[in-house]
Design a protein. Structure first.
Length: 197
């Protein structure tokens, strides 16, 4: 029997979370189906079955909504690895990035987001926050490597992220092949540079 310390669950919070997840799922689906420019908050509300007023209460703008949805999707598809070994972590992460070549719809959506970030200053802010979060994964992997004694203290995580993501973005935007097998050479070259330092 419920007490004052443990009130009975009404299910409201669960329903609210379900609706929240439905909106994010709808935004991610629409991004890959029709691209960022054609997404509307109304369309997301309709797809998710959640009232438009509720969508606007949770997200003040389309960039905020779309990048949260896309960011959540990417974290699920390419999570931050923790194998206990820096090389293995970097390989797993980079291979995850490079798998996008096998999914042309995802690659097209990501190219569209990059293009939009160059054209729309408002969207650029949300896009930059997302890219910074992915760069943060690299910094986290390096910090663990230092803590385990695999790297000397003080690696320049910004420069290393530039090298790792630079190849990814260049190949993605110029429609050059990206395969998980290519990750091994890139990671080994990156680590060789760090060891020499």
């Amino acid at each position: 029997m419920p007490t004052s310390d443990h009130p009975a669950r009404t299910g409201g919070r669960v329903r609210s979370q379900d609706a929240h997840d439905a909106v994010l799922r709808a935004a991610a689906e629409l991004l890959e189906e029709i691209g960022y420019r054609r997404i509307t908050m109304e369309g997301v509300a309709q797809r998710s079955g959640v009232a438009k007023s509720t969508v606007y209460r949770w997200w003040k703008s389309k960039p905020e909504l779309v990048m949260e949805a896309f960011g959540q999707l990417v974290e699920q598809r390419v999570p931050a690895p923790d194998t206990g070994d820096l090389r293995a972590d970097l390989l797993e992460f980079t291979r995850g990035l490079y798998r996008i070549d096998a999914y042309p719809v995802r690659a097209k959506a990501l190219r569209g987001l990059m293009a939009e970030a160059q054209l729309d200053p408002g969207f650029a802010v949300a896009f930059r926050e997302w890219t910074d979060s992915r760069r943060g994964v690299v910094a986290e992997l390096l910090e663990r490597g230092v803590a385990r004694g695999e790297l000397a203290p003080g690696p320049d995580s910004e420069e290393i992220a530039d090298q790792l993501f630079g190849v990814f973005w260049y190949r993605l935007l110029t429609d050059r092949p990206l395969t998980p097998e290519q990750a091994t050479g890139q990671v080994d070259r990156l680590l060789a540079g760090l060891t020499r330092r």
